[in-house]
Design a protein around this ligand. Sequence first.
Ligand code: FE
Ligand code: FE
Ligand code: ZN
Length: 296
Amino acid sequence: MPEHDKKGPGSPGGAAGLHIGCHLSSSKGFAAMGRQALELGADTFQFFTRNPRGSKAKDLDPADAAALVELLAEHDFAPIVAHAPYTLNLCGAEEKNRALARETMADDLRRLEFVPGQLYNFHPGSHVGQGIEAGIDLIAQGLNAIVREDQSTTVLLETMAGKGSEVGGRFEELRAILDRVALPDKMGVCLDTCHVSDAGYDIIHDLDGVLTEFDRVIGLERLRAVHLNDSKNPPGSRKDRHACIGQGEIGTEALARVVRHPALRGLPFCLETPNELPGYKREIALMRQLFGRDAE
Ligand code: FE
Ligand code: FE
Ligand code: ZN
């Protein structure tokens, strides 16, 4: 299984460490998120590129972006994750919806070059009755219109719960998208523990089996980030309701096995649990403690 960690064993989040953070508000800008992450004991984080509802992004302040770049390097952060608005749908039924998704994502990718070399995660989309095959095709076409050879950002398809007509509830669907993109080297996958469990992958009792399946279908080298969430619902429920760590159906022990799994070593883990900042701080500390318990 591949080794994802590019850092030396001496750095805080190096080969021996856990890279973990949480979803943060971007309302105070880039550098403020970096400082907030440090306060929480995080060495990665995620943020929405813009308000998930509206789609107008704030004016970008290059000095603020540069300050974050400096902070990330100084504190040995793992890659951070920019999350596209979840209302976008690259495989919507109407061209105007698909165009909005393409234009917004292209704009996000242009802006992200101010914080180079990070990750851009998005929900593949919902085929809204057009069928899974048509959905996969439209998503790949959309990506081919957006992703550029000269970008430094890696675009991640998120594993989905398979709610409604969501594309990406099966690993095979993500593989089919990756097979149709022109620039696969710019692409990867983000595994969401709540979503894969809800989609019916049994990470509670058979994490090894699920990761072996991921490797067989997609390839673990494509896995670039993990969303660490408990789920309010049992495996296979296709609901997508996140729970705090240990307050859902997956449970603390199963999530501890996720952060400790050798195949996932070195990846950035982001909590998207229903917490305010103190709750995130506790969960980051808890996962670091559980990671350390059996490490080495
Ligand atoms: Fe997401
Ligand atoms: Fe997620
Ligand atoms: Zn979710």
